[in-house]
Design a protein around this ligand. Structure first.
Ligand SMILES: [Zn+2]
Length: 388
């Protein structure tokens, strides 16, 4: 008897096996059904309700899927052999109730139980996203989330340019861009999504050309218009995440207020000369969070709000900040890491220093505070930084 056959016999004695129909019933009662097959096999179909974890990363990823070792687990492979080995590995990690689905996915299918064909990455996408597919935090499931995501960029300017390029490169499937300006030569020291040959073109068109040249597999939706209270709800409602790269306070407040109303995360970035601020405003986040008005209740008077044109800007500063915003947007889509909710990241480029301030929801916030009504004792803070 070969050693592997001997081990298999031991495993069959040690790991309980369940028929596919029983596995389905247990999964419907709360057991976690885990599919450990490789991507080329799961492309042929995945049992409804199963989580595809892949044998090679199973031990590293299982804790995210099943944080409680008492949680019953059902392991499935193609024919019910590899799942026995995988189940033994999970038991060693401390999971107490691990069973193997007898006959695997083949038996599941033969029993007429429901399955679906997952959206798969084609060979081109596998190459394009190869380096991020290797990250366990992204992987194929994460890449599909990115491809299904809809992210709106407010502004194709100093912040929107780098954010848009990197979100497109990462494979965010649908990128919306709202901007009413045309490309000017004086934009080009920082708005690297545009090009000298496209001076005079609408920014949304110029940006679309650059994004599709980088990644023709995504969809770019252009909105050549001025964001206003009349059009903002209908526009934002089409997206999952809003990346605020706007260059004026009116737009920041409009973006924030609309996101709060629609329950959307608003990734905020603003710069003033060599200083910048980044945060994620999302009161509807699972653990709650502040909004822009919790930080600054009202915009400053116009005379205290110089624009980029007057203040001046070195292109690398919005470049860094746009990429911080893109990072937060990707994390939100992927559901990984710790987003900048309740934290204001302050960047001083001259000192090359990042500081972080804790932000708490303001119970008296005129927008997201209890009762959602203006309160007499709210002192409007004035923003100290002007956006790019
Ligand atoms: Zn608020």
């Amino acid at each position: 008897m070969k050693a592997s056959d001997r081990r298999l016999a031991e495993l069959r004695a040690e790991i309980p096996e369940v028929a596919p129909a029983d596995a389905r019933a247990l999964a419907q009662q709360g057991a976690i059904l885990i599919d450990v097959r490789d991507a080329d096999e799961t492309a042929q179909g995945v049992a409804d309700g199963a989580r595809v974890l892949g044998r090679s990363f199973l031990e590293l990823r299982i804790e995210d899927a099943a944080p409680d070792p008492a949680q019953p687990l059902l392991v499935m492979c193609g024919s019910g052999v590899r799942s026995l080995f995988a189940a033994a590995g999970l038991r060693q990690l401390g999971y107490r109730d691990v069973r193997s689905v007898a006959g695997g996915f083949n038996a599941w299918k033969d029993a007429g139980l429901p399955f679906h064909l997952p959206k798969v990455l084609d060979a081109n996408a596998r190459l394009r996203y190869a380096r991020q597919l290797n990250l366990p935090e992204v992987g194929e499931a994460g890449q599909r989330k990115l491809l299904d995501a809809r992210v709106l960029l407010i502004g194709a300017g100093g912040l929107g340019a780098p954010a848009g390029l990197y979100l497109a490169a990462a494979g965010v499937g649908t990128l919306g861009i709202v901007d009413h300006d045309v490309v000017e030569r004086s934009n080009l020291n920082r708005q690297v999504i545009h090009a000298d040959g496209r001076v005079g073109q609408p920014k949304v068109e110029s940006a679309r050309e650059a994004l599709l040249a980088l990644n023709p597999d995504i969809r770019v939706e252009t909105h050549a218009m001025h964001l206003s209270p009349d059009n903002v709800d209908a526009l934002f409602a089409q997206y999952d995440v809003i990346v605020d790269g706007s260059d004026n306070f009116d737009a920041h407040y409009l973006a924030n207020d609309t996101c709060v109303r629609l329950g959307l995360p608003c990734v905020h970035g603003s710069i003033y000369r060599f200083d910048a601020q980044v945060s994620v405003f999302w009161p509807a986040a699972p653990g709650g969070g502040p909004c822009y008005r919790c930080l600054y209740a009202a915009p400053p008077p116009p005379e205290l709000a110089p624009s980029c044109n007057e203040a001046g800007v070195l292109g690398v500063v919005p470049g860094v900040v746009g990429l911080l915003e893109a990072t937060e947007a990707l994390k939100l889509v992927l559901g990984i890491g710790r987003p900048l909710i309740g934290r204001l990241l302050c960047y001083d480029a001259l000192a090359m220093r990042f500081r972080e301030l804790a932000l708490r929801p303001d119970p008296h916030c005129v927008l997201c505070g209890a009762g959602h009504s203006p309160s007499a004792d709210v002192k409007p803070h004035e923003p100290t930084h002007h956006p790019a």
